[in-house]
Design a binder for this molecule. Structure first.
Ligand SMILES: Cc1ncc(COP(=O)(O)O)c(C=O)c1O
Length: 281
């Protein structure tokens, strides 16, 4: 049985229904969050809630989630679904109007959907095998710092990567490296940790924030700056980061070997520390 939360009710997944007039369905008019859960502990919860609030504010939806209410909801979902580890998925849309109109309806109640996506945490030996990626033009809109429901470009890019037998596409705008199609990117060069700076066309990943903190606490030099595509090929290490990925070492990019062609020693240090910080080791 898969119990989900929809607008105040706990329902079996097959019974959770929304109106076809829901603006999430019609326009992708809403935002989402994905919070990783380890043994019923929500990892970096405050960071995720803060990002959700910011995204709601940017698209002018009043936050319908009262903190206590949210705590009760996820605890009940874990209990009902006998969940230890999962990805907690939250989706908030502007709600449904009585006709299809671009303008915000005057009186509208946001739709709130929360569910547990089954998830197995990656292990360090699995990650250590190393993964491949390719670069491609960033086909998304200019405000990808908003975690919006408009994910068609990411769907197409993920499918393309899968069909190429690769982990992910790395997105480039005018030779500038932005991020992975569903991750942020880090480079290591001469022991310095480098990551593209935050801008409106990049999602400020929570894992990225944790890694920047980690670099500071481990006394590694860290540069958050403009990164150009040529720097990728001469990097000692490349990592892709995300809540469900943790830190993925990329050992081959566009068919070219990165560094030694194996997961690097600095990746090993960071992933071990990250797992320890999250209480996973
Ligand atoms: C475009 C994009 N960038 C970065 C990330 C990583 O974000 P986080 O670390 O918060 O999972 C994601 C995660 O889905 C993403 O879709």
């Amino acid at each position: 049985m898969n119990i989900v939360y929809l607008n105040g009710n706990f329902l079996e997944l097959k019974d959770a229904k929304i109106s076809v007039m829901d603006r999430g369905f019609l326009f992708g008019d809403g935002v989402y969050e994905v919070i990783p859960v380890y043994q019923q502990k929500l990892i970096a919860l405050q960071h995720h809630l803060k990002r959700l609030k910011i995204c709601l504010r940017k698209i002018r939806i009043h936050d319908p989630l009262k903190k206590n209410n949210f705590t009760k909801i996820y605890k009940k979902l874990f209990k009902e679904n006998h969940i230890q580890d999962c990805l907690l998925y939250l989706q908030i849309t502007r709600g449904s109007g009585d006709k299809r109109s671009y303008l915000f309806p005057k009186k509208i109640k946001p739709t709130v959907f929360i569910c547990c996506i089954p998830f197995t945490w990656p292990t360090i030996p699995h990650l250590e095998k190393g993964f491949t990626a390719y670069t491609t033009e960033d086909i998304r809109w200019a405000y990808t710092s908003i975690k919006s429901l408009n994910l068609l470009p990411s769907v197409l890019l993920s499918q393309e990567a899968h069909e190429k037998g690769m982990t992910e596409a790395i997105l480039i705008r005018h030779r500038e490296v932005i991020e992975g199609s569903i991750s942020n990117i880090f480079l290591v060069k001469n022991n310095c940790i480098i990551t593209p700076y935050e801008q409106s066309c990049m999602l400020s990943g929570i894992t990225r924030i944790l890694i920047v903190h980690l670099a500071k606490s481990l006394s590694f030099p860290i540069e958050e700056r403009k990164v150009m595509i040529d720097e990728l090929y001469t990097a000692d290490e490349i990592w892709l980061t995300g809540s469900s990925k943790t830190i993925v070492p990329i050992v081959k990019l566009d068919g070219k070997r990165i560094g030694t062609g194996k997961a690097g020693p600095i990746w090993k240090q960071f992933v071990t520390q990250l797992f320890e910080t999250m209480g996973i080791l």
